[in-house]
Ligand binder design. Structure first.
Ligand code: UFG
Length: 343
């Protein structure tokens, strides 16, 4: 019997890609998701339990049924802007929800927890690259909920004998190179999907929020990491904890910053489509430049990104927007679903 792993939020973007890899590695991913942001069609590698993480009865029932060996806790709300207007929702889902998941783990003696944290916990960094030891001063309710989640997990771990891997994602992007999964957010606010939507004519133009930042070309710089690389890191974190490894908190990024203008150039280069763009004022709460020091994940998990160069990111994501890309040495993704059919 394959060891079960409870994956909260497993119908979401990063969760679903991780489930696919877990399955390929011989695990049974049991998805626990209320489908408020996730997509039922992204659950294909194990059972789906539809429930809210704050519903302790349903959560306990799922754990009794499937006897998972570990929990990967993705389920959360993850829009920075929305968190400013709806902090109650964010504290409830992200903080109370995390407590409920940890209590369920504790009640069932599940020792290993993997937690989705974010570079948003660092706020505006004082120095770059961002190290795990850099100050965590989040500037949004979303970032604060993730920092609180980290703190709660550490306290539970030291009091109740659990072990954790806290993974601080930088900018997740790209899609399953085999075309089975993609980035299907509603609404879609993330840069790369929106640039691809502009290139394919699904929207009139991409709005570039701020051209006057103190960066190489005036636009914001981020550390874009391919969703498959993030999924690979979760698998490594799971195996690390299972092998008796210590609890850890690590950044998941590439160590390289890429500007918005460079993203537009990459999309044009890869798809041969021009990207209609307009400059708009800065978006509130956007730090100018964020990129990780990736040394911690390399040292503790032996993890290094493999698919996170911008061309590969664009190439794997483009088919979901009906865009063909330049020939390459990596296998071309075949889009089995068009993005327009996704909710
Ligand atoms: N941007 C645009 N136009 C758009 C969309 C985005 O110019 O239409 C810009 C943003 O202003 C930002 C950059 O592109 O400068 C990247 O924006 P995203 O919305 O794609 O990503 P963020 O960096 O804002 O958000 C990501 C994660 C969050 C995390 C945050 C931490 O999605 O979960 O990083 O800063 F909290």
């Amino acid at each position: 019997r394959r060891p079960a792993i409870l994956v909260t939020g497993g119908a979401g973007y990063i969760g679903s890609h991780t489930c696919k890899l877990l399955s390929a590695a011989g695990y049974l991913p049991v998805v626990f998701d209320n489908l408020s942001r996730g997509n039922e069609r992204s659950v294909a590698w194990g059972p789906l339990v539809v429930g809210n993480i704050r519903d302790r009865t349903v959560l306990q029932q799922a754990i009794r049924t499937y006897q998972p060996k570990a929990i990967i806790h993705f389920a959360a709300l993850a829009y920075v802007g929305e968190s400013v207007h709806e902090p109650a929702e964010y504290y409830s889902t992200n903080v109370s929800g995390t407590i409920a998941v940890l209590d369920a783990a504790r009640a069932s003696s599940i020792e290993n927890i993997i937690f989705s944290s974010s570079c948003a916990t660092y706020g505006v960094p004082e120095t770059l690259p961002i190290r795990e030891t850099s100050a965590q001063n989040p500037i949004s309710p979303y970032g604060r909920t993730k920092l609180m989640g980290e703190q709660i997990i550490r306290d539970y771990a030291s009091a109740y004998g659990m072990k954790y891997a806290i993974l601080r994602y930088f900018n997740a992007c790209g899609a399953d190179p085999e075309g089975e999964l993609g980035e299907w957010h509603t609404p879609e606010t993330h840069l790369i999907p929106r640039v691809l939507m502009a290139a394919s004519g699904m929207i009139d133009e991409i709005e570039i929020f701020g051209a006057d930042y103190d960066t190489s070309d005036g636009t914001c710089v981020r550390d874009y990491i391919h969703v498959i690389d993030l999924a690979r890191a979760h698998l490594r974190a799971l195996m690390h904890l299972e092998a008796g490894g210590e609890s850890l908190s690590v950044n998941l990024g590439t160590g390289h910053g890429v500007s918005i203008k460079e993203i537009l150039q990459a999309v044009t280069r890869m798809t041969s489509k021009s990207v209609p763009a307009v400059f708009r004022p800065r978006r509130p709460g956007d730090p100018a430049e964020l990129y990780a020091d990736p040394a911690g994940a390399r040292e503790h998990l032996g993890f290094m990104p493999e698919l996170s160069d911008i061309d590969t990111i664009v190439r794997t994501a483009a088919p979901f927007f009906g865009l063909e890309t330049a020939a390459s040495t990596i296998p071309m993704p075949t889009a089995k679903r068009s993005r327009s059919t996704a909710p």
